[in-house]
Design a protein around this ligand. Structure first.
Ligand SMILES: [Zn+2]
Ligand SMILES: [Zn+2]
Ligand SMILES: [Zn+2]
Ligand SMILES: [Zn+2]
Length: 296
């Protein structure tokens, strides 16, 4: 499945180096800049001229962030959430997929201190975007973004942008996934692909965390970031054999965590999506079968 995110916001460190429209990355500053907010960069006039890629509301709001950022007590992480929310709200009236954004799961913390900073954040967002939503609705949106948005990574494994892509968020979690979202970007597209043969009628699932990490760490991460206790068959019966089968889907290079993807439909040789190393190990289909048998 190939899809385009509803909204993206480029991380602060990459803001001048990544084209806002096509995500082309350069070592130096991108050559074109929005003349109004001076906060958004483009690789070409062609990218800059696409009005929908930098709507007026976004332009005005980013100017507002610059103007008011030193008057708020929001942390840099919170400010990056603010930028993502601005990107989403700016597209609310021009992209009909906003109804899908509203359907995303939102796990809202109920403690007083979370409520306090979320309220401050929502008030700041309403001020800079001038939008007609109330504080409560903005808080829901912030919490939904925290549950559903994901990072887009470059080939050097640096997080370049945050994306909200409802189509890619509707996949359920499995610790023994049959699909995976490419973490490396393909321009401004998000790609979700199968990582092993899938039997007709099986649910397509991705793993919300790195499925190679050990059971306890996986369980804690899912609980703290996604607020659920995983009860999948792999968590119920942790086994070294399953761990090994899962590992066979990923790049064997120690520093790399890339997904191995078959070079063509009938080939057993695969290539890492991140470092492009070729892997000719031919027992991965056997391991995929073992996984299916174990998880029955
Ligand atoms: Zn571009
Ligand atoms: Zn602008
Ligand atoms: Zn699990
Ligand atoms: Zn690799």
């Amino acid at each position: 499945m190939i899809t385009t995110p509803f909204a993206t916001s480029i991380c602060k460190n990459f803001n001048t180096k990544v084209c806002h429209k096509c995500f082309k990355e350069t070592v130096k500053k991108q050559p074109f800049q929005c003349n109004s907010c001076k906060e958004v960069y483009f690789c070409s006039t062609q990218c800059q001229d696409d009005a929908n890629c930098h709507p007026d509301v976004e332009c005005k709001s980013l100017g507002g962030i610059k103007l008011h950022s030193n008057k708020t007590k929001l942390s840099s992480d919170e400010m990056s959430d603010v930028r993502t929310i601005v990107a989403i709200l700016s597209r609310r009236d021009i992209n009909s997929d906003y109804s899908k954004v509203e359907k995303l799961v939102c796990n809202r913390p109920i403690d007083k201190s979370s409520e306090r900073y979320l309220t401050a954040m929502a008030q700041f967002i309403i001020k800079i975007t001038n939008c007609d939503l109330v504080v409560d609705q903005i808080i829901d949106l912030v919490c939904s973004v925290r549950c559903n948005a994901f990072g887009l990574w470059n080939k050097k494994q640096q997080c370049v942008a945050t994306a909200l892509c409802p189509e890619a968020s509707f996949f359920n979690h499995s610790c023994a996934p049959n699909c995976s979202r490419d973490s490396a970007m393909s321009g401004n597209k998000i790609v979700v692909r199968t990582i092993r043969p899938v039997k007709c009628g099986s649910e397509l699932c991705i793993s919300y965390v790195d499925p190679q990490i050990e059971f306890e760490a996986r369980r804690d991460l899912l609980k703290s970031a996604y607020y659920f206790s995983c009860r999948c068959q792999r968590c119920a019966n942790p086994s070294d054999k399953l761990n090994e089968a899962i590992k066979s889907f990923f790049c064997p290079r120690a520093s790399c965590n890339g997904l191995l993807v078959p070079e063509d439909v009938n080939s057993v040789s695969r290539r890492c999506k991140l470092c492009e190393r070729r892997c000719v190990k031919d027992d991965w289909l056997v391991k995929a079968d073992e996984l299916d048998i174990h998880l029955k």
